[in-house]
Design a protein around this ligand. Structure first.
Ligand code: SF4
Length: 395
């Protein structure tokens, strides 16, 4: 018996500013992350829930705190390949809890606990840990043992989050070198339909999910372990438009899973039949008509982009599971894909991006383009961007 209700009916529930008792992570808190690690059977003490640092009830009302959710799992059939997919389920299952809102993934999480649920008794991570262990082991019997640690101590969160980033990176590295042409199937995911009911993610060898948490290998592993789950395989089918990079089978699946809302995806375009976006994207590509080019902004970018809109405003325009021409949500790793917006001109069409993103994308940006893409250090508005592009010989 839990202190609050639990079930899929609470997915999609938001907890607004002013209504939360406490929040963890989010844009104001830089130290935050969640990580699932698959371990050996004798390395996990089943049902163990630990809290390191302050518990929910010890935090002031309305406060924002760092948090690291460290989950260990074991099972005879459990593989490390599944870690990314299992980690994404933390988002799903925490959102099952009445009065808890979870957004994001990896080191971009944001969790709020509603005052009403706190008053009902949801005042300890102990409750959340119990619910998560019950849900994970009930829904995925391959998990035979599971323990969970909630860490709010800043120094510890900082240390663990830095280690987690290395793990995320090594998962991302695996998919490098794999091409869409080399594989026989792609993967889809509809986990976020609770927030964006017509959204479908298509994950290819060269297009990581927009949440950044599920790459092609993760999709393959997820389908193996839970064929009826939110991720599913899509036979590659026929390339019906080599320029738009549109596949007939992908389009059929998108039409079915979006309930007819979207009937075509050009997999690598932000302008023509773009992939839909829920709200979990790590970054947004947005079209800037004045320079006929794209801006790209990531969730961590603070302040206004070159068009004057901050990430949150652009997120409102890009999200909702609708096809929004000129906007597409992406995972940051997609910046390193050989097919990055290839149908729209790739990096030749990128006009502006934050300097930290440009550094991440560096190895994939053609050398002759690198200095011709402006950052927040070069320009502050569209007029300055236009002048920058003219000076660079791009307009
Ligand atoms: S963003 Fe896409 S891949 Fe990630 S959990 Fe949501 S639907 Fe699945």
């Amino acid at each position: 018996m839990y202190v609050v209700d639990v079930g899929p009916q609470y997915e999609g529930e938001r907890v607004r500013k002013g209504d939360f008792q406490v929040e963890f992570g989010g844009p104001e808190i830089s130290r935050k992350a969640e990580l699932v690690t698959v371990k050996g059977m004798d390395e996990v003490e089943h049902d163990r829930i630990t809290i390191t640092g302050k518990d929910i009830k010890e935090m002031p009302e309305g406060s924002s705190s760092p948090l690291f959710i460290n989950v260990s799992m074991a099972g005879e059939l459990l593989e490390r390949d599944l870690e990314g997919v299992l980690e994404r389920r933390i988002h799903q299952y925490i959102n099952y809890v009445e009065g808890i809102f979870h957004m994001g993934q990896r080191n971009e999480i944001w969790i709020r606990i509603h005052k009403n649920s706190f008053k009902k008794g949801l005042d300890s991570f102990e409750h959340i840990g119990r619910i998560l262990i019950d849900l994970f082991t009930a829904e995925l019997p391959v998990i035979e043992k599971m323990s969970i640690e909630f860490i709010t101590d800043l120094a510890k969160v900082e240390e663990l989050a830095a280690e987690a980033v290395k793990v995320y990176k090594s998962r991302d590295e695996k998919v490098k070198g794999l091409r869409e042409e080399d594989v026989e199937e792609f993967y889809g995911c509809v986990l976020c339909q609770s927030f964006a009911p017509t959204h479908v993610c298509i994950i290819t060898a060269e297009r990581v999910s927009l949440c950044g948490a599920i790459n092609w290998f993760d999709g393959r592993a997820a389908v193996k372990v839970d064929p009826e789950g939110a991720q599913f395989a899509i036979p590659k089918g026929n390339l019906i438009d080599p320029e738009g990079i549109s596949y007939d089978t992908v389009n059929q699946v998108v039409a079915e899973r979006s309930m007819g809302e979207t009937t075509r995806f050009n997999l690598h375009s932000a302008l023509s039949y773009p992939h839909t976006s829920c709200g979990c994207f790590e970054a947004i590509v947005f079209y800037i008509p004045e320079v006929d080019g794209f801006g790209i902004v990531n969730r961590d970018f603070v302040g206004a982009t070159v068009t004057g809109e901050p990430f949150s405003t652009l997120a409102g325009m890009a999200s909702g599971g609708k096809q929004n021409e000129g906007y597409v949500g992406i995972g940051v790793q997609y910046l390193l894909s050989p097919k990055f917006l290839i149908s729209d001109g790739g990096y030749n069409r990128v006009a502006w991006m934050p300097s930290n993103l440009k550094e991440i994308a560096k190895e994939n940006i053609p050398a002759e383009m690198f200095d011709k893409i402006a950052t927040e250090k070069d320009v502050q508005n569209v007029d300055e961007l236009t002048a920058f592009m003219q000076n660079a010989g791009r307009l």
